[in-house]
Every structure is written in C-alpha cells, then in structure tokens.
Design a protein around this ligand. Structure first.
Ligand code: BTN
Length: 258
C-alpha cells in the first residue's frame, strides 16, 4: 500500500491538487479548506485527513470519519458565475462514480449526488460555495467522504444503510491509487460543467433513481411520485397524481421500480 503523503499526492500532478495539506487527524477537512479559501489559497487546493473528529454531512448531519476512509475537501475557483455552482455536486458525482468503476466498484448515483454500491451509501459529497461581491462565485469547497478500507460497522451509522470499498471488493484498496482515479475523473467532469448536458447524460447512465418510485418530504408535506428525468439544471422531475413536480434539492427515499 502506498503512503498517502503530501509528496505522493503532489506527484500525481493533478490540476485539482496543486496545493496539498495532509493531516493524520483533523476536526473537518471542510472547515480547514474553507479557512484556506478565505485566506486566498488558489484553485486546486486539497486537504486530506486520515481521521476527522468532527466530520460534517449534508443537512447538518455528523459524518463518521474513522481511520481507513478517504476524507478530503477541495478548494475550487472555477471561474464561472454563482448560478452554475449547483452543478458542481452532480459533476462530482459523475467523476467519482467513474473512478469507483475503474477500481471495480459498480457505483450508482442516487439523486442528487449520493454514491451507492449494492444499494448502500459508499461515498458522500458536500459542495458549499462562497459568493463574493456582485454575486460572483469566489470559491467552492467540495468535500468528499469515501468509505474505503473499513467495515460498514466502523462508521457508526444507525439509521442509513452504508457500505465500504473493502466490503464491496473483499479487499482493501490502495488509497493513493483511489485518489489518482478519482482526481482524473473528477477533473474531467468538472471541466465540462459549462457543457452540462454532457455531464447529465453521464449522470443518467450511472444513476439508480430514474424510473423509481420515490418519496420526498418538503415544506411539511410528503410527496410520492415516479422519478422521470432531470431538468437541464439537474433538478429531479417527479410524475405525481397531481402533476409534474420539480425538486431542486433535498433527500429522497427510493421505494422501488415501477
Ligand atoms: C453527505 O452527507 O452525504 C456528505 C458527506 C461529506 C463528508 C465529507 S468527508 C470530507 C469533508 N469533510 C467534512 O466534514 N465533510 C466532508
């Protein structure tokens, strides 16, 4: 197994990892990346931690981050307007899914951007943006939590089904190799954000949501419908008895295929 050191990561020569910080343990790579972004670190800054003691997930959840995972956050300064920032998560999901397939994990994307293997979550994505003056996108922080060389039970997740690369492949993966394939696929997907239809076509090929009956809770009501397609900005179109509903964000429960 290769060492996931700063020097080894810089040696990958990725445009997403030109400035690299590696910690054995850190509260949250997301918070450290934000500090660096506010201090002016350039596009392509990567923070990696072996353990996070205060990892954060979407919707204010805790993100269990014991040893063996790949916990990391990127600082991106993509140079497009803030109106395109929401595209980052779905582009990232495509890039990471393709990286996982390269190492043998048959990953599927659950809308909007969870990565599942065998129906269980194997990777989470958290994209947050810092908007500057005039509505310009100053920076985006892209946090990725990959359940790699650990047991699902190590993650301490009670209410959701989770899996790990070790569990799916029956062996551990070299984290530097994993990072290399993720970086190359992620960079390619992010580079196509302004040509988003091609990203969404790949998303459609890799997803496990379209065609499913889904349930979503929003604004105090529960909606059920069939996920039929994506909008041009990556929203989810649900066919419900009351008509077509568009979801922009949130968490869906998949109820099975129709
Ligand atoms: C989700 O809820 O699905 C998103 C999880 C994102 C977790 C990653 S791990 C690296 C980075 N640091 C954090 O504190 N969170 C993100």
């Amino acid at each position: 197994m290769s060492e996931l050191s700063r020097k080894a990561i810089l040696g990958l020569h990725s445009p997403l990892a030109r400035v690299v910080e590696v910690y054995e343990a850190l509260a949250s790579t997301q918070e450290r990346a934000r500090e660096l972004a506010r201090a002016g670190t350039p596009h392509g800054t990567l923070v990696v931690a072996g353990i996070q003691t205060g990892g954060r997930g979407r919707l204010g959840r805790l993100w269990g981050s014991p040893a063996g995972g790949l916990w990391m956050s990127f600082v991106l300064r993509p140079g497009f307007g803030a109106s395109l920032a929401s595209r980052i998560t779905q582009a990232a999901a495509v890039g990471i899914a393709k990286g996982l397939w390269e190492i043998g994990v048959e990953a599927r994307i659950k809308w909007p951007n969870d990565l599942l293997a065998g129906g269980n979550k194997i990777c989470g994505i958290l994209a947050e943006s810092g908007v500057g003056q005039g509505g310009r996108l100053d920076y985006a922080i892209l946090g990725i939590g990959m359940n790699a060389n650990l047991e699902p039970s190590d993650l301490g997740v009670m209410d959701r089904e989770v899996t790990t690369i070790r569990h799916e492949l029956g062996r551990d993966v070299d984290l530097l190799l994993l990072l290399r394939v993720v970086l190359s696929n992620l960079a390619a997907a992010l580079a196509r954000i302004e040509d988003f239809e091609t990203v969404l076509d790949e998303w459609r090929n890799l997803n496990c949501t379209l065609g499913q009956r889904v349930r979503v809770r929003r604004l105090g009501e529960t909606i059920e419908g069939r996920a039929v397609d994506l909008t041009p900005e990556g929203g989810l179109l649900l066919a419900t008895p009351g008509g077509t509903v568009e979801l922009f964000e949130g968490e869906i429960e998949q109820l099975g295929s129709t």
